[in-house]
Write a protein that binds this ligand. Structure first.
Ligand code: DON
Length: 604
């Protein structure tokens, strides 16, 4: 107990420091121009920063939505207030996100959703990941010179566009879990698209710094004024083409997207590049054949809590399970946030997990998922490789029990928009959904008011490594490996206790792991947990968030053998947590949104 009190005091101090730093950053931002990442060049920043805004924890009683934009969160909340389910709210939220945060997710992309069904006491996962067209081959991203393409040569091309899965996913979830009529869920997005919405600071900033968006005539006409300048913050932007697309899907269902005029428009857009080498091969048949897959969630224990996430083709849940298993033997609560030991242990756990991720994770319908990766004995043995005095610098993948096939490691440095939605309804249901068009603005190709994804760049560009096929190589109909890790943490009675997730490309597993450790070990509320500086290792350098107290740890980490990289680490965590009375009885909820983006929690 004393330990706990000491830890709590320590955390309060650390958090105060963090709040001071956050305030300092805000004051710098209001007096000086924003810090800019170059999306085309920054290898480790999937989405550029747009400043840090302090956010307050939001308590609410029984129903709430946390999403990356207030208009989107409010649309979902409106559905809850009309008696809708968490899934109804997720659909309305997603449709508005595709309008107001088009850089990150939308109907031209894919998503994973965890749905806790309170009546049946069951967690279902829906895989709406994009698929490679039937014509795709393993050498898709090998250039004329025989070498893997540069990331943006592949991303800004029709070749990177996978068959979108989000619309089918929304419909599949609604069929089973919806309470409100399908059409009703489209109203907020259609209203905003027709009447217009105010361009947010982040949207303006990401349009301003993007090097490619203007090259697409439809995107140029929408995101910029006649002089080619991005619309200013507050400009009322209307998207009648998106409204028309939504009206068609509202009326006829997902069919209107996967067949008919909208499908034709997507196929044409993917093939219309003047440069033949950039033409994609998505067909009407690929679209008509798209299927959502329901999968068994992966669940594991951490300090007595049951945590569930998405299985393969996501690598995020597996990586988080492995990292937490490695951390469990350490006194994380005692070490506290932002301490040298915690950062060392978290980075080393990341090295081990990301080494396995590169070696083994891919679409399970093409490459058998080595179940041994989640074997508690295996995970503990991997964790035992952590030496608290010295960094392993680079981890080799392990050999999980029962491994059948040898693959080469995926050597792709994933450069990688994505968004996370956390929702609970008054019926006890929950949705944790991470949704993406991959890179910011996806393939920078706008069709009928929405952007097409570049998700296929999540495949390995190389198909072979040291003579062995790479598990995550491109194959027809396959889903590219993801790191998206929507999370539901359960309480002892089997009710959802924490709903969380984040965008962030390959760093997602680290962002989510930090948030969980902060809430479970350091007893922080969701807002404080999300605001803590980001850190970790993706089996390269140890990465620390720029402008945070973690920077001060660099010399001591280097003394332990780490190579340290200080970077913008723009997570977008949205998390909800049940609140309890002194006896541990559930009394309500509280939610937090990432200060690094424009997230918002709406609930009552
Ligand atoms: O599925 C994945 O893991 C990636 N395509 C997610 C990309 C992402 O999070 C980019 N953004 N912040």
């Amino acid at each position: 107990m004393n330990n706990l009190l000491n830890t709590t005091k320590k955390i309060v101090l650390i958090y105060k420091n963090r709040a001071l730093v956050a305030l300092a950053v805000i004051s710098v931002l209001v007096t000086t121009p924003m810090l800019h990442a170059q999306p085309g060049t920054a290898p480790s920043a999937p989405e550029p920063p747009s400043g840090i805004a302090n956010k307050a924890l939001v308590p609410f009683k029984s129903q709430g939505v946390a999403a990356a934009n207030p208009l989107a969160a409010n649309a979902g909340f409106r559905m809850l207030k009309q008696g809708g389910s968490a899934v109804d709210a997720a659909i309305a939220t997603q449709l508005v996100l595709g309008l107001v945060e088009p850089q990150s997710s939308g109907i031209g992309g894919g998503a994973f959703a965890l749905v806790h069904d309170a009546k049946q006491k069951i967690l279902r996962t829906y895989d709406g990941r994009e698929t490679a067209p039937a014509a795709a081959t393993p050498s898709r991203f090998i250039g004329a010179d025989g070498l893997p393409m540069k990331f943006y040569d592949a991303a800004i091309s029709g070749k990177s566009v996978g068959t979108p899965g989000t619309v089918a996913l929304l419909q599949a979830m609604h069929k089973r879990h919806g309470k409100l009529p399908w059409k009703t869920l489209f109203a907020p997005a259609i209203e905003l698209a027709e009447n217009g919405f105010a361009v947010s600071p982040r949207l303006r900033e990401v349009v301003r710094v993007d090097r490619f968006l203007k090259d697409d005539p439809a995107a140029r006409a929408y995101f910029y004024d006649a002089a080619g300048e991005p619309w200013p913050v507050g400009h009322v932007l209307k998207n009648p083409a998106y409204a028309a697309t939504l009206r068609a899907i509202a009326k006829s269902g997902a069919k209107a997207f996967y067949e008919g005029e909208i499908a034709d428009a997507m196929v044409a857009a993917v093939g219309e590049y003047a440069d033949e080498s950039k033409r994609g091969d998505l067909t009407r048949t690929d679209l008509a054949n798209y299927r959502v897959v329901e999968r068994e969630p992966i669940c594991f224990n951490y300090r007595g809590r049951k945590i569930c996430s998405m299985p393969a083709p996501s690598s995020g849940g597996v990586a988080i399970a492995q990292m937490l298993a490695a951390l469990e033997r350490f006194p994380m609560a005692q070490w506290g946030a932002n301490s040298l030991d915690s950062v060392h242990a978290m980075a080393e756990a990341g090295r081990l997990a990301y080494a396995d991720r590169a070696q083994y994770l891919a679409d399970p319908e093409f490459v058998e998922f080595p179940k041994g990766l989640l074997d508690p004995g295996y995970m503990q043995a991997r964790g035992a490789l952590i030496d608290m005095g010295k960094s392993m610098k680079r981890a080799e993948p392990g050999t999980p029990p029962g491994l059948k096939l040898a693959h080469g490691a995926d050597p792709t440095a994933v450069l990688t928009g994505t968004s996370h939605i956390s929702i609970v309804d008054k019926f006890g249901n929950a949705v944790s959904m991470t949704t993406t068009i991959e890179d910011i603005f996806g393939a920078r190709k706008m069709v009928r008011g929405f952007l097409l994804n570049n998700e296929l760049t999540d495949f390995s560009m190389r198909f072979e490594e040291n003579g062995k096929p790479v598990a995550n190589r491109v194959q027809a109909g396959k889903r590219p490996r993801s790191t998206m890790a929507p999370i539901v943490v359960y309480d002892a009675r089997g009710n959802p206790d924490i709903i969380a997730g984040s965008p962030g490309g390959s760093a997602i597993a680290n962002y989510v792991m930090k948030t969980l450790v902060a809430m479970i070990d350091w007893n922080l509320d969701p807002q404080a947990a999300i605001a803590l500086p980001n850190l970790g290792s993706r089996n390269g350098p140890t990465e620390l968030e720029k402008g945070t107290p973690l920077e001060a740890l660099k010399p001591e980490l280097e003394a332990r053998g780490h190579s340290v990289s200080i970077i913008d680490f723009t997570s977008g965590v949205q998390a909800l947590q049940r609140t309890r009375d002194a006896k541990g009885r559930a009394i309500g909820w509280r939610g937090g949104a990432d200060p690094r983006r424009e997230g918002h929690v709406a609930g009552d």
